[in-house]
Design a protein around this ligand. Structure first.
Ligand SMILES: Nc1ncnc2c1ncn2[C@@H]1O[C@H](COP(=O)(O)OP(=O)(O)OP(=O)(O)O)[C@@H](O)[C@H]1O
Length: 710
């Protein structure tokens, strides 16, 4: 039995629904406690045979309905009001100071300004690419240049393994080293001259006493001995460990992922430790990032990835504002050397996501909390004329920073802003994941540059959007291709216990995720089980458990003597998040009640235990994936309705159905007259759910940021 995917399931498909139901009813008995054996006999046959048959009937016809990438319309959407008129981004002034270039993070900017004035540490938490390191760099620009120092390491004649440390004003260190070198050279020259005269004297004398050979040998011996035993002036030259010569502003040192040596300083190993060939200990001392950041900013991203010992040492350095340098490798001769404490009065800007906060050394965290600020970076900003203007300035900044790509005209900036809207995932917002958006600007610029175009236009940006697809997007395309080729999901007709779920990969790529459910008699004599396969991770597993509560409530069926199998088809990489909850519920209810599901429908949504459909992330990408796969309708949570910013090319291809309860999901996805009974039951359950706290799209975004995927 084939159901036309273009039928309206709300009204005109009623006939077909009835026919479908009749077919299913004929062959599959309704599941109840007494019909356990029957369900074991037939369901596999019913649910697997029918769909395969359906999809193989008309594959070529069907494939024409599927939207290929190349068929996508390249039409430019309606114009975007940027908030002001300009010819191209060369007319937009780019602020000189980095802090004035930061957009959308007003709170963080304010904190950075304050912290720079008061020399406080900062911890920035937020999504990658939202400007954390940019702000840290900007902070270094705000610090007074006058306080900068150079650090010199001197030999300690009393204890060669304890070199001395001296701090001098910036630029002075270089002068001191040069002066020492000059002096050493002069002394060495004078000494060499004296020695040569002495040796020549000996040779002349030996000539006159007819002992020339002995004279030459004595001369060579004297030269060798003086080289060995006379003090060497160059050994006394201090080493410039940290130089701020000619620096325009305070140092910004990025110590992300630095090993102990690079972070805390090190003393090199000396393979020739004697015989006049050795390198003096002070000359082998290497400053660490904490010392190079003296009077400046030390930036550490993903601070939790630093080894615990390094975090402890960092804490000491923060407290003492000085830290001696010693060899980090126990087996190296450098381990014998330990300098006097080296100044390291830096401002630490640490960054990461919430994970970083949880896993970092508690004492270090407490130090930052007690002597600084914690800032949460925003992911998006309001889509106001003022902010659109700022985004136009961002495009100008990126063009200037790149230095190779042509400026953008107004249309091109409009397209970038449209993409910023889409990527925000929330209506009325613009994304602040500006590193990624900057990537789009660069690819568009590269296309324009390779064409020899004097200016980047909207067409270049559109072309860039097609080319600059993330790995996940490319993978999603390849998945879709494979799934279409092997018919691993259906696009028309109906099937019992089978639902086209939707998922996101990498935050910006939707995929169709078929979910199949089957009900069999319980294998063990005890209670029936819910068995979910497809490498489900923690949240997905919990979602399956929650759904089972809804199902028990809804169906009123005692399923305790049955095992409910739920399969996430083709999920080799595993599944996380709870956005498949409505799909799981629909598949299981369909399997239990033997009511077919419309296969032209895709769905996404989280589910409360009382049957409310709650918002999820990535709706736009999921809808686009469903449209691209050739599906006709997509059910989304009503709370996500405002977040939908589907590309123009997909808008006509798919009907979006926002719902707020599982009853509505069933109404739009089940087929046949039997569905009304189940919908009535479901409506009664969801009526009771008024006291469930509301989950807003913003809270979903926050959950996503902190590692929860939907
Ligand atoms: N708020 C912003 N304003 C202006 N430009 C930004 C902003 N956020 C990001 N950018 C652009 O993106 C680039 C990368 O941002 P940045 O390195 O600061 O991100 P991040 O938050 O430190 O990311 P990560 O945690 O991955 O290091 C910046 O050099 C800048 O070009």
């Amino acid at each position: 039995m084939v159901y036309n995917s273009n039928q309206n399931i709300d009204g005109s498909s009623e006939n077909m629904d009835r026919q479908a139901n009749e077919v299913v009813e004929e062959s599959v008995p309704k599941l109840d406690t007494s019909a356990a054996d029957q369900t074991q006999d037939e369901p596999t046959h019913q649910t697997q045979d029918e769909p395969t048959h359906q999809t193989q009937d008309e594959p070529t016809h069907e494939s024409t309905q599927v939207m290929a990438e190349s068929e996508l319309s390249e039409e430019i959407d309606e114009d975007i009001d940027i908030g002001f008129r300009f010819e191209d981004t060369s007319n937009i002034e780019v602020p000189k100071l980095l802090i004035d270039q930061v957009l959308g993070q007003e709170h963080a900017v304010e904190v950075v300004r304050k912290a720079a004035g008061q020399r406080r540490h900062i911890m920035m938490i937020g999504t990658p690419g939202t400007g954390k390191s940019l702000l840290a760099k900007a902070m270094a620009e705000l610090l007074p240049k006058e306080e900068l120092k150079d650090i010199l390491v001197y030999p300690n004649l009393e204890d060669l393994n304890n070199p001395k440390i001296r701090e001098v004003p910036a630029g002075k260190g270089r002068e001191i080293v040069m002066a020492h070198k000059m002096e050493a050279r002069k002394k060495a020259q004078a000494r060499n001259m004296l020695m040569m005269l002495f040796v020549v004297g000996i040779i002349i004398y030996s000539y006159f006493v007819a002992q020339l050979l002995w004279g030459i040998i004595a001369g060579i011996m004297i030269l060798m001995l003086t080289r060995q035993f006379l003090p060497k002036e160059e050994m006394m030259i201090p080493k410039l460990a940290v130089s701020n010569y000619d620096k325009e502003h305070a140092p910004y040192i990025d110590a992300t992922g630095a090993h102990a040596g690079a972070l805390l300083g090190d003393v090199r190993h000396d393979p020739f430790q004697s015989g006049g060939l050795e390198t003096p200990a002070h000359d082998r001392v290497e400053a660490g990032d904490i010392h190079k950041a003296h009077k400046g900013v030390l930036f550490i991203d993903e601070i939790n990835t630093l080894r615990l010992e390094s975090q402890q040492s960092l804490l000491t350095a923060l407290q003492e504002k000085e830290y001696p340098i010693t060899g980090q490798s126990e087996r190296s001769s450098g381990a014998l050397v330990k300098t006097e404490p080296v100044p390291c009065d830096f401002i630490m800007v640490s960054a990461g996501n919430l994970d970083a906060v949880q896993k970092m050394h508690p004492a270090l965290r407490s130090r930052i909390k007690g002597y600084g600020y914690e800032v949460y970076m925003r992911d998006s900003m309001a889509d106001s004329p003022e902010n659109r203007k700022k985004l136009a300035r961002f495009v100008a900044q990126e063009v200037v920073r790149d230095g190779h790509i042509p400026h953008f005209d107004e249309g091109a900036v409009g397209e970038v802003i449209r993409e910023a809207r889409r990527r925000a995932g929330r209506k009325g917002h613009l994304t602040l994941k500006l590193r990624d958006l900057g990537g789009l600007v660069r690819v568009a610029g590269d296309i324009a540059h390779s064409e020899g175009a004097p200016i980047t236009t909207a067409e270049h940006v559109l072309a860039a959007k097609r080319i600059a697809r993330s790995i996940e997007q490319q993978l999603a395309d390849s998945y879709l291709e494979q799934r279409k080729e092997y018919e691993s999901f259906l696009r028309k007709g109906s099937a019992v216990g089978r639902v086209n779920g939707l998922a996101v990969m990498g935050g910006d790529s939707g995929i169709v995720l078929p979910i199949v459910s089957e009900v069999t008699p319980a294998l063990s004599g005890a209670e029936g089980r819910i068995i979910a396969t497809g490498k489900l991770k923690a949240i997905a597993k919990e979602a399956v458990q929650n759904v089972s509560a809804v199902i028990k409530n809804m169906t009123g069926t005692d399923i305790s003597r049955h095992d409910v199998h739920i399969q996430f088809v083709g999920t080799y990489e595993g599944v996380e998040g709870d956005s498949a909850s409505v799909s799981i519920a629909t598949a299981v209810i369909s399997a239990i009640e033997r009511i077919p599901v419309d296969q032209t429908v895709a769905m996404t949504g989280s589910l409360s235990v009382r049957g409310d459909v709650l918002p999820v992330g990535g709706v736009t990408y999921k809808i686009e994936a469903a449209a691209q796969a050739g599906l006709k309708k997509v059910i989304i949570p009503k709370a996500n309705e405002a977040d939908v910013l589907v590309e123009k090319a997909y808008r006509e291809k798919i009907q979006i159905i926002p719902v707020s309860s599982i009853a509505e999901v069933m109404e739009h996805s089940l087929m046949g007259p039997k569905k009304n009974t189940i919908i009535e039951k479901l409506k009664n359950i969801t009526k009771l759910s008024f006291d469930i706290p509301e989950v807003t799209p913003a809270s979903v975004q926050a959950m996503n940021l902190f590692g929860c995927r939907n």
